[in-house]
Design a protein. Structure first.
Length: 261
């Protein structure tokens, strides 16, 4: 199949792969998913996992608040740091966390929230997160992703890949970002599967090999898109969401994962 002639992608793939041995892909027409093989890993990319209307509805749901603030029209940088606690969000307990970088405590360049099973505690960059309880919409998204993975991977044991937690990141504009890192914390176990779903303004998502940083991949993550990272990716690759100065709109990313108890 010649993917470059598919009108739904406007003659252009929504990702960039190195033109090297070990990188390949095919398109699952039934699931509307790209299945991508890379050295030491596998990716599943669904550009239109949620349609535009549902994606917009979920974006509103995540930022609904009892302060009668129109989340899309105010400057959320006025609520940096501790001031965020003044907002009573109706569905998500957003926080502005401090992380330790080179021994210094700095506020993250984004807002975040941690949800999941009661025992699914998580630690990274000096943070120790206790989960908020699941809500209806987060469970809906989680179960839809799990169903797709079961169908694509033909998993017989449906309990083998049930996510028990999700990290939500709210990027207020293109100045908010995520630096290069791997999701390789001990709580995630060996070869974790990470499912990332995106709402709001499209943003670039980059991957690079740890031992050869010239080998890079780039994805254009649009409203309602889903990217799943599997295999040994978290041990051999890093990923990042770079700053984009021209972007003035919001993006919310949810990364579902399974914490080993």
């Amino acid at each position: 199949m010649d993917l470059f002639n598919q009108s739904s992608f406007q003659n252009k793939l929504p990702f960039i792969l190195p033109q090297k041995e070990g990188y390949s892909y095919f398109f699952d027409e039934d699931k509307k998913a790209f299945i991508i093989s890379i050295p030491n890993g596998k990716l599943i990319f669904v550009p239109n996992f949620f349609d535009e209307n549902l994606s917009s509805e979920l974006m509103n749901y995540f930022l609904e608040n009892d302060n009668n603030l129109n989340w899309n029209k105010i400057d959320w940088r006025e609520f940096e740091k501790e001031k965020l606690s003044e907002i009573n969000f109706a569905t998500i307990n957003w926080t502005h966390n401090q992380i330790k970088i080179f021994g210094k405590l700095l506020f993250e360049p984004r807002f975040s929230a941690w949800y999941g099973d009661e025992e699914a505690a998580y630690s990274y960059s000096g943070l120790k997160l206790k989960p908020n309880p699941w809500n209806e919409k987060l469970l809906f998204i989680k179960e839809k992703i799990e169903k797709l993975i079961e169908e694509v991977e033909k998993i017989q044991n449906k309990e083998s890949l049930k996510f028990n937690s999700v990290l939500l990141n709210w990027y207020r504009d293109g100045q908010d970002s995520m630096g290069w890192h791997s999701d390789n914390e001990k709580e995630l176990g060996q070869n974790p599967v990470i499912a990332s779903v995106n709402f709001g303004v499209p943003r670039r998502f980059l991957l690079r090999q740890i031992n050869n940083k010239s080998h890079k991949l780039e994805f254009y993550l649009t409203n309602g898109s889903l990217l799943i990272m599997a295999g040994q990716i978290q041990h051999f690759w890093q990923h990042a969401v770079p700053k984009e100065s021209k972007i003035n709109e919001h993006r919310i990313n949810l990364t579902f994962r399974k914490i080993k108890m």
